[in-house]
Design a binder for this molecule. Structure first.
Ligand code: TMP
Length: 236
């Protein structure tokens, strides 16, 4: 057990991290902020932190139950969860099942085309460079990660995609694409970390194809909390 001596460690766009009295565990605090365009668009929305914490908790509990190695230990209150402390790779791993967003723009392929063999992409988290798309060789050259670690991450990502596609389909939601992040625990074990929520996934209603994710905010829709609540209700 842990966490009575909570000390601020760092703050990102949508989360704050606190250390605990156990050096191997942290508290992740979900803020109410929602951002797009690398933080250029940033807004605080009431209850957003609570809803994303609830959704991420449900998804990570499901993945833990499927033996996916994750950082998630437990939710400790409506806006905070206890997780293993990891050293995050400054990389975003994207898995795509349907062409949309940046892939459609980059390659000039129509949005909505189904990808039969999921596409994996790596983005280098670097604000000054605007998070460029890179490949395995760039990541190893940059000394961020090894080929062996990338292979482990590729296998976990593929498994997470298979599991989550079915998980969401059971709630009448299509998993279009998603972003995940990984870190290394004290024993060098690679753990799926960060959050999985409508902020980090594209989710479409199976019947109506209505968007149930942050694209609503990206495209100037404001009332996204009803939509996030809808996702929470369906998976809860
Ligand atoms: P993209 O089409 O803009 O590259 O996004 C692909 C998926 O990754 C989509 O579900 C949104 C998610 N994503 C994030 O969660 N954070 C990010 O910084 C980016 C660029 C994408």
């Amino acid at each position: 057990m842990s966490s009575n001596k909570k000390k601020f460690l760092l703050e990102g766009k949508t989360k704050k991290i606190y250390t605990t009295d156990n050096k191997n565990e942290i508290i992740i605090h979900y803020k109410n902020n929602i951002t797009a365009l690398n933080g250029l668009k940033n807004k605080s929305i009431q209850d957003k932190g609570m809803i994303n914490n609830a959704i991420t908790t449900l998804i990570f509990k499901f993945l833990n139950s499927c033996k996916v190695p994750t950082h998630f230990i437990r939710k400790i209150n409506p806006i905070e969860q206890l997780c293993y402390k990891v050293n995050m790779f400054p990389l975003e791993f994207i898995v795509r099942n349907i062409v949309y967003g940046s892939m459609s723009k980059r390659l000039g392929i129509k949005e909505g085309i189904i990808i039969n063999h999921p596409i994996f992409e790596i983005f280098y988290k670097n604000d000054a460079l605007n998070d460029p798309l890179i490949n395995n060789h760039h990541a190893v050259f940059l000394d961020i990660i090894s080929y062996k670690e990338l292979n482990i991450i590729h296998n976990i990502s593929s498994n997470v995609n298979t599991l989550l596609k079915e998980y969401f389909l059971n709630k009448n939601i299509i998993l279009v694409d998603f972003k995940i992040e990984f870190g290394k625990y004290k024993n060098n074990k690679i753990l799926l970390s960060d959050e999985i929520s409508p902020d980090t996934c594209r989710l479409w209603d199976k019947k109506t194809m209505k968007k149930l994710d942050k694209d609503i905010f990206r495209k100037n829709g404001d009332d996204i909390m009803d939509i996030y609540m809808e996702v929470l209700k369906r998976i809860g």
